[in-house]
Design a protein around this ligand. Structure first.
Ligand SMILES: [Zn+2]
Length: 262
């Protein structure tokens, strides 16, 4: 039987035996169990669609990856700027030292200072200044290397940020497309559900909804090889026979779900 072929078909009167006991069965037409099974399929698809919808909504709101990439880029930029300032300070220190050396040597060789003691002191100063400029030049070299490193890290972090933005845009666009499809599917299923509901008696629908709540959304289970497909419980041969041949609505003796033998 095609999924929709029962819609609009005549519904036979249902005889209900409630409440449920392990051996209870409900006298209904065979078409009711077919319709109930179809309703279960529709509801399971709706559950799945809504669950996926919620997961996509959560995913679309989740910008943790973007925020992390943005933070990395900001930190890399800050480190790069710190390195630039450190290099500038190191360059200035070397520059100042060179001026001191030039001034000391100008005094030493300018001819204005003639006192031997003063000249000796100036010579010592010049030697000391020249010795220390080597340390300052080393510092400058290290600062240049550090700057190269932070500059590369900054460029990489910027590229990673742009890549993350592009990837997220593509990913989210795909998710939004999926949302549109899910919305259409839900609308389609809702229409079919309404049509199906009109063919189910209120008592059986109430039982169905109750079982849906109690049994993690599955109220109707297939009968597979004399077993309940939902809980695996095996029916007695007599019950299995009844499920296949009669118009009685059979419920699993273990989990209470309505069994569909089609
Ligand atoms: Zn069962």
């Amino acid at each position: 039987m095609q999924p929709n072929s029962f819609i609009g078909s005549p519904i036979f009167p249902a005889f209900i035996l409630l409440p449920f006991s392990a051996t209870a069965s409900i006298m209904v037409s065979m078409s009711q169990s077919v319709i109930l099974y179809r309703l279960q399929q529709i509801d399971s698809q709706l559950d799945e669609s809504r669950s996926r919808w919620a997961a996509i909504e959560t995913s679309l709101k989740d910008d943790a990856i973007l925020r992390q990439a943005d933070q990395n880029a900001h930190e890399a930029e800050a480190a790069f700027q710190t390195s630039q300032k450190a290099l500038h300070r190191a360059e200035m220190a070397v520059h100042d030292q060179r001026i001191k050396i030039e001034q000391t040597e100008a005094a030493l060789y300018g001819g204005k200072v003639r006192n031997p003691k003063e000249l000796q002191d100036l010579q010592k100063d010049a030697a000391s200044l020249k010795k220390y400029i080597l340390v300052l030049e080393d510092n400058q070299l290290e600062a240049m290397m550090a700057l190269e490193e932070t500059e590369t890290a900054h460029k990489n972090a910027q590229a990673a940020l742009l890549e993350t933005i592009a990837h997220l845009a593509e990913h989210n666009s795909g998710l939004k497309g999926e949302l549109t499809n899910i919305q259409k599917a839900i609308e389609r299923l809702e229409v079919e559900r309404q049509a199906t509901l009109s063919a189910i008696s209120p008592e059986i629908l109430s039982l169905y909804e109750q079982l849906r709540q109690q049994r993690r959304g599955i109220a109707v289970a297939r009968l597979q090889d004399k077993s309940c497909a939902a809980c695996g419980s095996t029916l007695t041969p007599a019950m299995a026979q009844t499920a296949h041949t009669s118009q009685q609505l059979i419920r699993c003796p273990s989990c209470g779900r309505i069994l569909y033998a089609g």
